[in-house]
Design a protein around this ligand. Structure first.
Ligand code: ADP
Ligand code: MG
Length: 559
């Protein structure tokens, strides 16, 4: 029997996990049970398209057995199992190396919790076990295999016998140390509570033999110890439950269990639609940006279930790009189970659901903006840029959906305000919505161009994000008010409107300006006297559509 090494990355991760003082060791059970449930799902799904396979619900379950004397905890499932190659490739290599990179980058901070919330799955078993044994027989195979590992040193695989298809994971629970107790993972009550906490919605029964004292049959006062198999999970998925039965904590638990993010959700949206299209959904607005959000690896999408069975992990068609930060799941009875990915794209039901979901997200965000302003601003700091990109992309097609969700810093009080708030603050004589672009609020404040507008008592929106001005150009008008850059030639303010500035120039000035224009040829098109300056001697202004800031950005873009 050959001993094999883990891949380098896996080895490092294992070491890190085993050696770290882990605050939530109990999650190993959630991980192993989820894997077992996934394995049963795989058979279920196969049976839908394979006529030779019958899925009889009775035969599919997960069983947890603790043996205090042997110090073992066994998790057995009747799922699809693993052959030799699966054991090698699935348990010998860590799939999500991205989480390792993340952990390394963040080690200095709260590294310890991250692993748990990421769920590195199978490997978490080593937090409580010194030896992990996996005996598995894959569907369609007679030969079973035993995989065994004592941690970072490597693992062995050898042929084994097993009567039924499925997997058995045997954990040799560690001995208690001075500061760490492991005995609890062999205690019935503790296992029961962990399972209830994390795995209550698992759709297959999780069984355990529970001991109790029972009246001996045929007697009236003689008790005996008995052991009875019980189902520990309620199995009803959270999304099928009534909103009123659920607490915030339930939704947060589901978020963590599903690995939607390593943060806490900022807001959840529970939808139970039964109009033109019937579906349930639980959607989350995360609190912070996923670490890979702006990388190529980030994939938007929601989990898609057809009548309770997972058919796709990330269905991108359910979310528009501008809401790509939303996490969650959708379950619909209207979808056919064995629908292919290609067919899904054209599915009318799916399109209806997507449209419906988009409007649910929008109204949830609007109500957060209205009623929970502080929360909304947290959200906006993380994802506002995405909304602005949404306004700009697709030729402004989605501006109506998104414009009311935008916030910009206003010159008054330096607070974030909406376009609607801006317009309702406008004095009657103000014609335009003014904005100024710059690197930062401090820089913008010093711009000479802002003085005249501010002196009139008009508010100015500060655009500090590259995308801001481009997005606004797509909106063009908000409530019939056009946007105007403070650096544009015509500010539409009374004082400088009626008189043509060049006419009032004296001959002397004229000569000077002409000379200056020649000197600055190619840099400016004209030098003229300005009425808008207060404390600054000079400023730049533009006449066209493209402002100075936009020009800078356009010039910086690769051709
Ligand atoms: P993940 O579940 O995120 O894929 P894990 O580390 O939890 O990552 O598991 C790795 C892989 O090992 C799974 O994707 C699956 O292919 C396989 N696996 C783990 N446990 C089982 C099991 N009980 N039955 C069948 N396959 C399993
Ligand atoms: Mg897993």
């Amino acid at each position: 029997m050959e001993k094999k090494q883990f891949q380098a990355e896996s080895k490092r991760l294992l070491e890190m996990m085993i050696n770290s003082i882990y605050t939530q060791k109990e999650i190993f059970l959630r991980e192993l049970i989820s894997n077992a449930s996934d394995a049963i799902d795989k058979i279920y799904y196969k049976a839908l398209t394979d006529d030779t396979l019958v899925f009889d619900k009775e035969n599919y379950f997960i069983k947890v057995t603790a043996n205090k004397d042997a110090r073992t905890l066994t998790i057995r499932d009747t799922g699809i199992g693993m052959n030799q190659e699966d054991l090698e490739s699935h348990l010998g290599v860590i799939a999500k190396s991205g989480s390792l990179a993340f952990k390394k980058d963040n080690e200095a901070q709260e590294g310890h919790n991250i692993i748990g919330q990421f769920g590195v799955g199978f490997y978490s078993a080593f937090m409580v076990a010194d030896t992990v044994t996996v005996i598995s027989r894959a569907l369609g195979n007679h030969q079973a295999y035993k995989w065994e590992s004592t941690g970072a040193e490597g693992y062995t695989i050898e042929p084994w016998t097993k009567d039924e298809v499925g997997t058995e994971i045997i954990l040799n629970i560690k001995e208690n140390t001075e500061d760490e107790s492991y005995d609890e993972y062999l205690e019935e009550y503790r296992l029961r509570s962990i399972i209830k906490k994390y795995s209550d919605f698992i759709r297959y029964p999780i069984k355990m033999d529970v001991s109790s004292r029972k009246l001996k049959e045929g007697t009236e006062d003689v008790y005996e110890d008995a052991s009875e198999e019980q189902q520990l999970n309620s199995m009803v998925p959270i999304w099928r439950k009534n909103k009123s039965e659920l607490t915030n904590e339930d939704y947060e638990k589901f978020y963590a269990e599903k690995h939607y993010g390593f943060d806490k959700p900022l807001k959840h949206i529970h939808v139970s639609a039964d109009g033109a299209v019937v579906y349930q959904a639980i959607l989350y607005v995360p609190e912070s940006m996923p670490f890979d959000y702006y990388s190529k690896e980030y994939e938007k999408g929601l989990e898609l279930y057809a009548n309770g069975v997972l058919i796709m992990n990330k269905c991108g068609d359910l979310l528009p790009d501008y809401f790509s930060f939303v996490k969650g799941m959708v379950d619909s009875e209207s979808l056919s189970l064995n629908i292919s990915r290609e067919m899904l794209q054209h599915d009318r039901q799916l399109k209806l659901i997507a449209k419906n979901i988009q409007s649910k997200i929008k109204s949830a965000l609007l109500s957060m903006l209205k009623d929970e302003r502080e929360q909304y601003e947290t959200f906006y700091k993380a994802f506002g840029r995405q909304l602005k990109f949404g306004v700009y992309s697709d030729y402004g097609m989605n501006k109506d959906v998104l414009q009311d969700l935008l916030l910009f810093t206003s010159s008054k009080e330096k607070k974030l305000i909406t376009l609607d708030e801006y317009v309702s603050n406008m004095p009657e004589d103000q014609k335009y919505i003014y904005y100024a672009s710059g690197e930062s609020n401090e820089r913008i404040e010093k711009l000479p161009q802002t003085e005249m507008v501010s002196d009139k008592g008009y508010e100015i929106l500060y655009f500090t994000d590259d995308i801001d001005e481009f997005a606004i150009k797509m909106i063009m008008k908000y409530k019939d008010k056009e946007f105007k850059s403070v650096s544009s030639g015509d500010l539409g303010i009374e004082q400088d409107e009626n008189k043509d500035e060049s006419e009032s120039e004296s001959a002397e000035q004229k000569e000077l300006f002409e000379h200056m224009t020649t000197l600055l040829a190619g840099k400016v098109s004209k030098v003229k006297a300005s009425k808008r300056l207060r404390s600054h001697p000079v400023c730049l202004s533009t006449d066209g559509e493209v402002t100075i800031e936009m020009e800078k950005i356009l010039n910086a873009m690769p051709n």
